[in-house]
Ligand binder design. Structure first.
Ligand SMILES: Cc1ncc(C[n+]2csc(CCOP(=O)(O)OP(=O)(O)O)c2C)c(N)n1
Ligand SMILES: [Mg+2]
Length: 350
């Protein structure tokens, strides 16, 4: 596919990283790498649990971790995130507890959504992360509306709208981009082009060579970014956030990533992907890229990696065991937050 960047490009040097990321660059890289390993474990474990019938549904983000982690680390506390289908990591990186997320995946009584959302669609209001919409693209206009609100409240917050390559064909994308362009709103549109919309390859999604070109049609800059590269993703996101915050209007970032898993646990990509896709996608694996970088900088220690994995494994095991012991949401919660007063016939009314 034309979107292929060269695999494992020359890594950045330490002085370059210091210049671009500041003096705390090594801590930033380690934090990102730790989140990457957490995300991989989470994906592997949850897909296995779904196959065992213990979790209802799961949508892995394998191969797309660098962008979400970069966003979680680059945003300011008052920014709002409107995810697409695979940005749960942004909520976790911003501080949504992993244990709460696991409760959500099990749709138990401690799930903030009380089992009313699909698993893998967390809601994390405390970190300004809005539950994702299964209806492709609707979050784009929500993000734009929210940014319009910032203006009235004199708030210097920015809205981040995440969406996939497939979402660039829906009405909300065009309406949202146009509205944000016309009103010069503080929105960063983040298209995670994982090159597939379930079974539809991106070449059949759009005639433009790069989805980033679409920014021009709405009067905003559009830029293509190597989304398997954490440093690049972090820098481009930081620039776009700063520019929106300074009142310079919206921008579109197209993150080229490689979907390294099925669309979801309901999908079988062997029915439609070319046989060499997985192997090609692995060449762009963001975790491998980060290890390549840390290794070249002399920062990768197998002992530390083993210890990180041990901690992640223990945390995940604990969270899963706790969720499995937690009772399902009580029937009375079914109508909570739905009606101001309950009809007599409802389980909790009368
Ligand atoms: C409006 C709408 N149309 C179709 C679907 C079915 N559907 C769910 S995900 C998906 C593909 C989304 O692809 P993309 O936007 O590239 O996101 P990705 O899954 O690759 O992250 C489709 C067609 C839907 N949920 N909503
Ligand atoms: Mg896609």
């Amino acid at each position: 596919m034309s979107a292929d960047p060269a695999p494992l490009p020359l890594p950045y040097t330490a002085p370059e990283l210091e210049r671009r990321l500041g003096s705390d660059w090594s801590r930033l890289l380690w934090s990102a790498y730790r989140w990457m390993r957490t995300a991989r474990s989470l994906d592997d474990r949850m897909v296995a649990l779904q196959r065992q019938g213990r979790v209802g549904f799961y949508g892995p983000a394998t191969g797309q971790e660098a962008v979400s982690i970069a966003a979680g680390l680059a945003v300011q506390e008052n920014d709002w995130v409107f995810p697409g289908l695979r940005e749960q990591l942004v909520a976790l990186v911003r501080g949504h507890p992993l244990t709460t997320y696991v409760h959500h995946l099990f749709a138990d009584g401690l799930d903030p959504a009380q089992g009313r959302q699909m698993p893998c669609h967390p809601t994390a209001r405390e970190v300004r992360y809005v539950s994702m919409s299964s209806c492709v693209g609707t979050q784009i206009s929500h993000a734009v509306g929210c940014a319009y609100g910032f203006r009235f409240r004199n708030d210097d917050a920015v809205s981040l709208a995440f969406f996939g390559d497939g979402a660039t064909s829906v009405n909300d994308f065009h309406a949202g981009m146009n509205f944000a362009g016309v009103y010069h709103l503080p929105v960063v549109f983040c298209c995670t082009n994982n090159q597939w919309a379930i079974s539809l390859p991106v070449e059949k999604q759009s005639r433009v060579k790069e989805l980033a070109e679409k920014g021009g049609a709405y009067g905003m800059p559009g830029r293509r970014v190597d989304g398997s590269d954490f440093v690049e993703s972090y820098l481009r996101l930081s620039e776009a956030l700063d520019s929106a915050r300074r009142g310079e209007g919206p921008s579109l970032l197209e993150f080229v990533v490689y979907r390294m898993s099925a669309h979801s646990t309901s999908d079988d990509p062997s029915r439609y992907q070319p046989p060499d896709w997985t192997q090609r996608a692995r060449q762009h694996d963001p975790v491998r890229r980060m290890e390549h970088l840390l290794g070249a900088l002399g920062l990768l220690s197998q002992d530390i990696v083993r210890e990180i994995d041990r901690q992640i494994d223990a945390t995940l095991r604990d969270a899963i065991a706790t969720a499995e012991r937690t009772a399902a949401p009580a029937p009375e919660t079914l109508e909570r937050d739905v009606l101001a007063s309950l009809p007599a016939a409802s389980p909790a009314g009368g």
